[in-house]
Design a protein around this ligand. Sequence first.
Ligand SMILES: *[C@@H]1O[C@H](CO)[C@@H](O)[C@H](O)[C@H]1NC(C)=O
Ligand SMILES: *[C@@H]1O[C@H](CO)[C@@H](O)[C@H](O)[C@H]1NC(C)=O
Ligand SMILES: *[C@@H]1O[C@H](CO)[C@@H](O)[C@H](O)[C@H]1NC(C)=O
Ligand SMILES: *[C@@H]1O[C@H](CO)[C@@H](O)[C@H](O)[C@H]1NC(C)=O
Ligand SMILES: *[C@@H]1O[C@H](CO)[C@@H](O)[C@H](O)[C@H]1NC(C)=O
Ligand SMILES: *[C@@H]1O[C@H](CO)[C@@H](O)[C@H](O)[C@H]1NC(C)=O
Ligand SMILES: *[C@@H]1O[C@H](CO)[C@@H](O)[C@H](O)[C@H]1NC(C)=O
Length: 283
Amino acid sequence: MLFLMILLFAYLQMSQQIQKTMVNSKEMLSNPRLKPVQGTLNVVMNQNVTLSCNSDSGSPPVRYTLFKHNQKVSTLNRPDLTPSLFNLTINSASDLGEYKCKAENNNTSGGKYSNSLSFTLLEPISKPVLSSPTSQAKKGQNVTLSCLSENGSLPITYIFFKGIQSISSQVMMQKEAAEIVLFINSSSDFGTYKCRAENGFRRNAKYSNAFNFTLAEKFKCTRPSTGFTSTPNVEEPEDEVIYSEIVPVKPEEEYVNFSVLRREDEKDKRVCATVYSSVLSRD
Ligand SMILES: *[C@@H]1O[C@H](CO)[C@@H](O)[C@H](O)[C@H]1NC(C)=O
Ligand SMILES: *[C@@H]1O[C@H](CO)[C@@H](O)[C@H](O)[C@H]1NC(C)=O
Ligand SMILES: *[C@@H]1O[C@H](CO)[C@@H](O)[C@H](O)[C@H]1NC(C)=O
Ligand SMILES: *[C@@H]1O[C@H](CO)[C@@H](O)[C@H](O)[C@H]1NC(C)=O
Ligand SMILES: *[C@@H]1O[C@H](CO)[C@@H](O)[C@H](O)[C@H]1NC(C)=O
Ligand SMILES: *[C@@H]1O[C@H](CO)[C@@H](O)[C@H](O)[C@H]1NC(C)=O
Ligand SMILES: *[C@@H]1O[C@H](CO)[C@@H](O)[C@H](O)[C@H]1NC(C)=O
């Protein structure tokens, strides 16, 4: 009997305690959470954003106040614990923040403050410029292509194309230009190059100007083939000089014909030959 009475007393004590703590936790507001409704803190100029502020526990009604740089922006009253939504327009650098909110009810003296947050302004990317220090190239040469967007939030991701085919992996750069080195190996390497740049500003990749390498024209096949009376200057070391047929014209004079072969491109299989005639002096 006595045991049962002790048990009953203990139970009453305990339930009272539980009730007391429950009332307490209902009355006192928890620190509110401030977060962007759109899920990201990245914004662009003139964008409308919504910040949500709410305490998870405490007894309503709750008054929420939004602060920007510790200055009151606006106040909203909520009859329940659902989040209060503050609508803002980002018009200037100061609108980026820092923001905080305060939750108040009649049981929380001084109110409870939230985390603080600031927005990051994203700048759209400008059309990248594709360039090379050497616009003329010849077979067997390494050439550099650079791609740079002058404006746009960093980092910027670049990729290079020949025609519509990508010829590089994506390279993420800060302020500097992305560069690739190409080995000019065949006439197909003289195609049209482009690059593409993008940053975290939504999905707005931009393509550069088209860039073509021109073949470093070392010769023309239009030199006159007659009129030379002496050995022509063979400027280009790659040119082959082939001496051929010694043609006796007059007994005292002989001519030697020689061809200068100039290979432009193996793929083109184009060989230009200029035939020169020269007086051969026999001493
Ligand atoms: C942003 O909100 C303002 C009113 O607060 C409205 O006039 C404007 O059209 C909105 N802009 C956008 C991009 O939704
Ligand atoms: C903010 O905008 C949302 C809709 O985007 C609207 O439901 C809410 O009432 C607005 N809040 C204020 C304080 O104007
Ligand atoms: C506190 O209670 C008074 C009257 O009951 C009410 O007018 C006031 O809005 C309440 N304050 C808060 C922060 O809810
Ligand atoms: C071109 O670059 C490759 C790789 O960097 C190098 O091995 C090669 O020697 C270079 N060729 C010339 C002609 O510079
Ligand atoms: C980059 O921004 C500057 C300053 O806003 C502007 O003057 C310039 O024209 C921009 N460049 C490009 C390529 O858009
Ligand atoms: C150059 O082209 C030849 C034939 O197309 C190929 O076998 C070789 O690997 C290429 N060399 C380079 C460095 O790309
Ligand atoms: C680049 O070369 C391609 C053919 O190889 C040609 O169709 C295109 O017009 C050229 N572009 C420029 C800008 O010279």
